[in-house]
Design a protein around this ligand. Sequence first.
Ligand code: ADP
Length: 271
Amino acid sequence: MNENEFRERFGVKAEPNYIPQDDEVGMFLAAFRSNIPMILKGPTGCGKTRFVQYMAYRLKVPLVTVSCHEDLTAADLVGRFLFKDNQTVWQPGPLTLAVRYGGLCYLDEIVEARKDTTVIIHSLTDDRRILYLDKTGEVIRAHPDFMMILSYNPGYQSIVKDLKQSTKQRFASLIFPHPCLEVETEILASETGLSREESARLAEMGSKIRELKGFGLDEGVGTRLLVYVGRLVKAGLSPLDACRCCISQTLTDEEEIMESINNIVNLYYGD
Ligand code: ADP
């Protein structure tokens, strides 16, 4: 893939709808200009991916996103040799393309990835900013527009699956909490088309459900699920049905806790 093809394939063409929570946009811009990589921490569905898409659009740089999982290896990021027409061809991975041509490389849920990815992350996130391709013997110096971004959800971390300090301390970090009521109302209104009043009610209900965290719920409801509710309501479902379907029945499998959530839902949408 040449540079133009890369830009065409990974460029963010339309402006993503992103409602800022705080000064995260300014902080990210400063980090980008200073070649400092970033970790985005926060629960699922609170806007980390949307934020990165928005920043790529703002900066007019391509965005490569890799969802990490326990089988993800260094080769999946860097590239591998493939057999094609009786020949061995080098197929660069997404990270290599971003390092070479410039762009944001977003490694989502990094702690899920295998340990051999750490070595690659380290050489790219200190002053060296290099990627060493051991299979081809090549050393690539990162493009000035290359920036590595990791996301992770501290709520899920165990001691076994945490980032090491030697990795963490190469990054600046932004925390993405659940948005405050005003911001979440704006997000819901702009993402679903519900009125401000309806969005405010939904946001308020979401914050009440979040109070159950620690009382049977491992994690409060994320904005993504509230957006789903709003969209189903717009599609004609009653708010009660939409909340049961997207919130109570999604967040837990335990009947008692489901009932506690339904009680909150009823307070807002019951007859
Ligand atoms: P994460 O990556 O943190 O799991 P996402 O960025 O995918 O979460 O957000 C989930 C959904 O919630 C988005 O698709 C969008 O509809 C909505 N959302 C969350 N935060 C924002 C925000 N700040 N501005 C606009 N939409 C948002």
